[in-house]
Design a protein around this ligand. Sequence first.
Ligand SMILES: Cc1cc2nc3c(=O)[nH]c(=O)nc-3n(C[C@H](O)[C@H](O)[C@H](O)COP(=O)(O)O)c2cc1C
Length: 178
Amino acid sequence: MSLEYAATAHPTHPRPGPQDMRAVLGHFCTGIAVITGHDGQRPLGFTCQSLTSVSLDPPYVSFCPSRSSSTWPLIRATGRVCINILADHQAALCAQFARSSEDKFAGITWSPAANGAPRLHDTLATIEAGLEYEHDAGDHTIVVAHVTTLGAHGGRPLLFYRGDYGGFADWRLDPTAE
Ligand SMILES: Cc1cc2nc3c(=O)[nH]c(=O)nc-3n(C[C@H](O)[C@H](O)[C@H](O)COP(=O)(O)O)c2cc1C
């Protein structure tokens, strides 16, 4: 077994640090979502990879906003979100929503979802949800949200792996499978 990277508790470094966490957890390949909300004045959104399916019945998902996010407190105050799962042609959109800026929606096509949060166009799937639980978790918060509406639109996923974007090189999924 080869070992490319390792970090263990050490007398001078009592626990693995942020760089270690990024380096090793980056091996867990994920899809990417943009989580949006609308405060009545303007659309809000941020890129998020920490999306997880939590419960099927009742339907819950979770995601983890950083405590440093300037957008999350504004979305949180609205009590609802639209989770836009990105397709493989949306890497630029992903990067746009990952920067703190006033004009994240510049050039972005969207329409209001049933719950009022922005539904981005041409994504892989859309999940609308109401915020239900929050748990403190270090420099992030674990948010559990109750799914109210969801749908998949077809296409291929944008993937995030070791700090870089990609897709399936070998597409073998049966498009007729559930
Ligand atoms: C691929 C990718 C995944 C990300 N995942 C998360 C995440 O799960 N949680 C989070 O808080 N920030 C995540 N970020 C960072 C946020 O998108 C970024 O900090 C945020 O958009 C900053 O803008 P804000 O200050 O307007 O919130 C991710 C960024 C990228 C590029």
